[in-house]
Each structure stands twice: as C-alpha cells, then as structure tokens.
Design a protein around this ligand. Structure first.
Ligand SMILES: *[C@@H]1O[C@H](CO)[C@@H](O)[C@H](O)[C@H]1NC(C)=O
Ligand SMILES: *[C@@H]1O[C@H](CO)[C@@H](O)[C@H](O)[C@H]1NC(C)=O
Length: 628
C-alpha cells in the first residue's frame, strides 16, 4: 500500500503524539462543538487500528504470517465450519501446504497468476492460502459471471491456470468456454471430482498425494506483493481487476477490530461471496487476524440464515444492506431472537431496515462502514447511529480527510464555481464523496491500462495541482456531522449488492436481434435496496420484438443482477449536449405505467419471457407481491 520510501507512520501521525493532540483539540472544540467527545473517541479508535495494521505491515506482515501466527497459537482450534465439517487451523495449514507443494511441483512461481472459480467452501480457503505461499497471484472470479464477461476477467488477469470448485453451474460455465480457455493455453483443474470431463484435470487426488509439510524452497513474500485481484464493475466497460496487495488484506482484515470486543472466541458467519472484498477481507481476514472461527455457506439463503447461525453458534455476521432486508421479509417466528449473534458489521444498511432488523432479531450492535474495493476512502460508524456510515466533522476530517463536493446529482459531474474550484456542500445537501490521493492514502487502482485508473481521479479540485479520487457516491451529512450514503451517480447502479455498469449492459443488449438503439439505467423499486435494471429500447423499424428470444439472449449473456427487469419500447432516445444518452428523466419516470406512455414490459422468469406491465402488475410489484 505504501509507495517505496514512504514511511506510513510519519505520514499518518506526523511527528507529534497524536493522542495528546486529539485530546487537546477535543478540549478546545468542546466549547463550541458538542460532539467533540464522540469525534475524539472515533479518531482515537481509528488511529489505534491504523497503528496496529501499520505495525504489522512495517514488520513485514502478510496474510501468511498472520495465518501462521494463528496456527502456532492454537493448531487444534476450529478455523472453518461448513455443514457438518469442521477444519482446525492445523488441518487447513496442512491442506494449504499440499496445494503449495502441488503448484510448486507443477513449476508455478512467484508472479504467475491462477484464476479461482469457487463458491464459499473450505477448499476456497486452503487453495487461496496454498497459492499465496507460492507467491502465485489469484484472480477471484465472480461465480455469477458467464460467457464473455467471465472470459474477459480470466484474460485481463493474465492467468495461466483455472481452478474450478464444486457445483454443476461452475462446471457448466467452464465447459461453455472450453475452446477459448484452451486457446489461451490454460490448465484447468476441477475440484471434487475424480473423473473430470475431457480437457479438465483432476484436483483432489493429486493434491491429496502431496506432502503436508511446508515448501522446501524459500519464497519471499512481502506486504507490497500482489495477493489477488478482485473484480469491480467500475463505471464503464467490463469488470475491472482491482489489485489487492497483502497490505490491503491486512488493513481489511484488521478494520473490523474497530468494533471493540471481537475476540478469538467469536464465530463469524459469512455468506457474502469470498470473491468480493467484504467476504474475503472482512470475513476471512478478520477471522485469521484474531484466530477466530468462520462458518461458511456456499451461497446466501434467507431461509437458512438463522438456522445456520444457531447451528454454528455464530456471534458475528457480516452483511450488505440487501441481505438484512431479505431477512426482514421472512415471516416472523417466535424464535427470531433465539441465536447468539451480538454484532452485525457491513455496509449499505438503510435507515428503514436498520431499526427493524435490530429490534426484530435482537442484535445489540450494528457497525456500518463505507469503503470501496479499489478506493481510498473509508468511513465507519462505530457509534450505532441509525443509518450513518460515519462522522464527517471538521475535527475528524483533520485526521481522516475526505470531502463532499457539489455536483450534478444525475451525472456526478462536479460543479465548479466561477473561480473554477469545487465547493464543499452544506448540511443536508447531497454531494459527491472524494478523497485526497496523497501518498498516505494512495490509490492503487486497476490492472491494465493506466486510463482505467486515471479516469477516477479529479484534478485541480480546491487548488492547482491537487488530486482527489472520486467515489461515484452521493453522501449527505447532518447537523451532528453524521454522514449518510444517498445514492450512486453516473453510469452505474447497485442491485443485489453488485455494481452494474449501464454501458456494459447496453453493449450486450445492442447486439440483440431487432434492436436499433438501447439506453440502460437503474430505477427505484419500493421496498428494495439499490436500483433495478431497466432498458429503453428502439426496435428496428418494421420489426416486432420477440420477447422470448430477448429473454433467452439476456439471461444467457448477463448475470442475474445485471439483467434488465423492465423494458420500455420507445421511438426516440434523448441525448445530452455531449451525445451521451439522457437518463435522468427516464430514471424519474421509472416503470410506472401511469407516468410512461410507451409500452412497458417486465421480466417473467416463470414463463421465460417479458410480459406487459400494466397497472395491476405494477401494483403487485410495488406492494412487494411480485418477486423480482
Ligand atoms: C454450539 O453450542 C452448543 C452448546 O454450547 C454445543 O452443544 C454445540 O456443539 C455448538 N455447535 C457447534 C457447531 O460448535
Ligand atoms: C453509530 O452511531 C451511533 C450513535 O452514536 C451509535 O449508537 C452506534 O453504536 C454507532 N455504530 C457503531 C457500529 O458504532
């Protein structure tokens, strides 16, 4: 994380004693500012955590050394729980050694890249740790991706091997791409099968036969080395690979410790996918850094959630907002509070669900945070304030700088004043969250062309020569200086916890038969988080849309979260002054047939087609009776 030659301690703390400075500042502030105590508490906690992970990084710590430390402390303690399986730290260590010996024996070396397409299960973890020991970088593929999007992710990482986990859908996705994968010269292993189909190599037998002792060669892994790639949809184009060095994993894996009281006795229940930052770094990273226990489930299931928590005696869960919303839609049961979960940690929890979730399931603490896989801005509400993601007071920002600036609410474009500089927003006014890209909080960016990284940097924001990373998120702060997430702006929207790039979906839809032009955007659905995909389509003149065919094409080419749920057939698409598709008006009109004169259609997964969306269907969706 730190560029060479930069001492993070100096940068983060300056030269003075921070604790004293914070206390003094709080003393002065408290005369005119009643929240000084809260802010001092927050700053102190955060600086303590920063100091902790800085020390780990400065002394050469990596995920491997943190794991080795946990193994040394308690080899016989359960590390992974999965169904009826329990694997101790020692056992996972031995399995990771087998994986490391296997790859080393195959000639893989530090700097090579292998892609993983594995659901949440124990094999994910020991494969991950084993490859890390050889210094092989891992491309963590999203298990929902199919076809060209999946192939793209494999290709941009420069991977020479692919490890496919258990589960028929993953095998199907791989078989579909066999010719292309083979053209890339990739070796493909299939876990959990003694007799894989032609073109794939068996994994379990050969790996089991390896020694469970550490590698006999010395591989030097430093904190700055790349551990893995995590894919984000970014704002334009296909998924981008964000580079995750060991440092970032250490930081992610230690930040949950902000919520004090997390101990090695805790059992963390993780249903968020391990190919995303939250599942991997908060889930696995935190467990490893504390030597705790993690219970895994292949995929999130609302119906099995509490049953699992009881079964595993889970004490901590990590979430994205949508997940808790699904849990709240379950029919109430007398045993709703019958579990040991005392802390939920995650992001995207909206105020309407926060209280409901907390009261109904009796969760004492909720820790909401805001961070981006590829970004450099982090906020955490460690104070249980309903809905807030953190604090944004002048005092806090002295230590943890970020700014919310005036922008066009639809496009996210910063609005500059007459003098050419950006302006910070006032209380209650939504704006774009940006973070300075100074060397203390560097922005590592994406693999590939530098433009991918540069596009997210704003320059000359408050003064000549400065540079800020744009989060693409709208935030608002209140008079107590609590800060809240409002919405995403620009060319992406969030649905089912995934970022969807509208241009990418539009690209796919524009190749559909009978389509002349298409404009993709996200629309609000009452009672649901994020925005559902909608496409406004101009059909080719003289052609009737074949909705069954469109449905088949869309579901084949796009992962579920990116499929447009609503279609709007239209005759013209408005463009902006710079010939971009106009979206704001369409977003506002949404899928309400009373406001839209064009014919509207909604996806029908039962009948595998799109069906007309009239008043009755609309009402069923709005009251939550129609499943989306
Ligand atoms: C959960 O706790 C109960 C009671 O302490 C215990 O009997 C059970 O074995 C625990 N479950 C697991 C999976 O450890
Ligand atoms: C967020 O802030 C509120 C208000 O101070 C506090 O009660 C709550 O515990 C905070 N959440 C966390 C995780 O600190």
């Amino acid at each position: 994380m730190w560029p060479e030659g930069v001492n993070p301690k100096t940068v983060l703390y300056g030269t003075g004693a921070v604790g004293g400075a914070v206390a003094a500042a709080a003393g002065i502030y408290s005369y005119m500012y009643p929240y000084a105590f809260r802010d001092r508490h927050q700053v102190r906690l955060e600086l303590a955590i920063i100091e902790k992970f800085t020390n780990i990084i400065m002394s050469g710590g990596t995920v491997l050394s943190q794991f080795a430390e946990a193994v040394r402390r308690h080899p016989d303690k359960p590390f992974l729980l999965f169904g009826t399986e329990a694997h101790t730290y020692g056992e996972v260590d031995a399995m990771a050694n087998r994986v490391a010996n296997f790859f080393h024996g195959m000639g893989f070396q530090k700097g090579d890249t292998v892609a993983l397409l594995i659901y949440n299960e124990p094999a994910f973890i020991w494969t991950f740790l084993g490859l890390a020991r050889v210094g092989v970088k891992m491309a963590l593929l999203n298990t929902n991706l199919r076809g060209q999007a999946l192939m793209h992710c494999f290709r941009v990482a420069g991977a020479t091997g692919l490890i496919v986990g258990q589960g028929q859908p993953l095998l199907d996705a791989t078989l579909e791409l066999m010719p292309e994968l083979q053209a890339e010269g990739a070796t493909i292993w299939l876990q959990g099968s003694a007799h894989p189909p032609a073109g794939l190599s068996a994994w379990d037998g050969p790996v089991q036969r390896e020694s469970d002792q550490p590698l006999t060669v010395q591989v030097t892994i430093t904190p700055a080395d790349t551990l893995c790639y995590i894919y984000t949809s970014g704002t334009t184009g296909l998924p981008k690979a964000a580079i995750i060095p060991h440092t970032k994993f250490i930081i992610g894996g230690n930040s949950l410790l902000l919520i004090q009281g997390f101990t090695s006795e805790d059992v963390l229940y993780v249903t968020l996918p391990l190919y995303h930052s939250s599942g991997l770094m908060l889930g696995i990273g935190t467990t490893i850094s504390k030597g705790a226990t993690v219970a895994l489930r292949r995929k999130f299931s609302a119906h099995h959630f509490w049953e699992d928590c009881r079964h595993y005696n889970a004490t901590v869960i990590i979430y994205i907002g949508e997940l808790l919303r699904y849990l709240c839609t379950l029919p109430e049961r007398p045993d709703d509070k019958d579990h040991k979960v005392r802390l939920a940690f995650g992001n995207g929890l909206r105020p309407d669900i926060w209280k409901q979730f907390q009261d109904r399931f009796g969760i004492p603490r909720i820790g909401e945070f805001y961070a981006m896989t590829e970004g450099n801005v982090g906020l955490t509400n460690i104070s249980n304030k309903v809905g807030a993601v953190g604090v944004y007071s002048p005092m806090y920002r002295k230590y943890r700088p970020s700014s919310v600036i005036e922008c066009d609410i639809d496009t996210g474009e910063p609005i500059r004043g007459k003098d050419g500089w950006c302006k910070e927003v006032k209380i209650g006014q939504p704006g774009l969250l940006v973070g300075p890209t100074d060397p203390a909080v560097p922005y590592i960016g994406y693999l590939g062309k530098p433009e991918l990284t540069q596009r997210k940097i704003l320059r000359d924001v408050f003064r000549e020569g400065d540079a800020y990373f744009s989060t693409g998120d709208l935030m608002v702060f209140d008079k107590e200086y609590f800060i809240y997430f409002v919405d995403r702006v620009g060319d992406t929207f969030r649905w089912k916890g995934e970022n969807v790039a509208t241009t990418e979906v539009a690209q796919v839809l524009s190749k559909m038969e009978g389509v002349q032009e298409v404009n993709v955007y996200g629309v609000k659905v009452p009672g649901q988080d994020g925005r559902a995909g909608m496409a406004s389509i101009i059909p080719l003149p003289g052609q009737q849309p074949d909705f069954r065919r469109w449905y088949r094409y869309i579901t084949e080419k796009l992962p579920t979260y990116a499929q447009p749920l609503f279609l709007r057939l239209t005759q013209e698409i408005q463009v902006t002054g710079t010939f971009k598709h106009q979206k704001a008006a369409l977003v506002k009109e949404g899928f309400d047939p009373r406001r839209v004169a064009d014919p509207l259609f909604v996806i029908d997964n039962g009948r595998k087609t799109y069906v007309p969306l009239d008043d009755t269907v609309y009402r069923r969706i709005v009251v939550g009776h129609a499943r989306l």
